[in-house]
Design a protein around this ligand. Structure first.
Ligand code: FMN
Length: 185
């Protein structure tokens, strides 16, 4: 009998076609593909956040889909660049749509900030995700600086340190998803 794999929903803070954050998500997807199905949710489908629409009677359908998708996911993977010392608007907008919900509450989450510098966005994303209740265990949060120099054309890490931090991230992220799955059984 075919059993579907648990879903990891990825949120990508870059809308670029040739995004290094997308490359990193691709690498992680390959690493976990035996056990999980990773799907990037297209956060560009979400309208600008408006508190007036943030109620059952007026909630845009794309937002309903977004919330349900996150709720059903075993884990959430966030990967983002930094823009003007902050979180890119498209990602911040998506997160604003879930602030009034519990969809991130105790949700196993991994965070990658891959950017030239990225310190401010990384710090900010850590605070935002903690505030909405995301569960980021141990090494499941990494800042990868100057990322374009650290991956080859095939999308693989070119240095041992980058490979190690990503493998450690995957390990702690998958451990927390497994622990959560047991609790929810
Ligand atoms: C409008 C704009 C603003 C940026 N501001 C920053 C910044 O403040 N800090 C930083 O580290 N990188 C900054 N960058 C560089 C990108 O974040 C960096 O190239 C990143 O790796 C791109 O990721 P991506 O390929 O996944 O889009 C900026 C890029 C753009 C287009």
């Amino acid at each position: 009998m075919l059993t579907s794999k648990p879903a990891i929903i990825a949120l990508l803070g870059s809308t670029k076609q040739e995004s290094i954050n997308k490359t990193i998500l691709g690498y992680i997807t390959d690493q976990v593909s035996d056990d999980y199905a990773v799907e990037i949710f297209d956060i560009t489908t979400l309208p600008f956040f408006n508190p007036d629409l943030d109620q059952e009677s007026s909630l845009p359908s794309s937002v309903k889909t977004f919330r349900k998708t996150l709720e059903d996911a075993q884990g959430v993977l966030v990967s983002s660049p930094e823009y003007v010392f902050s979180v890119p608007g498209v990602l911040k907008n998506a997160i604003e749509w879930v602030v009034s919900t519990m969809v991130f509450h105790e949700k196993p989450t991994a965070l990658i900030t891959a950017s030239s510098s990225g310190e401010k966005a990384h710090e900010s994303l850590q605070l935002i995700l903690k505030t909405i209740g995301a569960q980021i265990e141990g090494n499941a949060s990494v800042l990868i600086q100057s990322p374009k120099t650290k991956f080859n054309q095939a999308g693989l890490p070119t240095d041992v340190q980058t490979e190690t931090v990503l493998k450690d991230l995957i390990l702690d992220f998958t451990k927390s998803m497994q622990a959560r799955a047991i609790v929810n059984k």
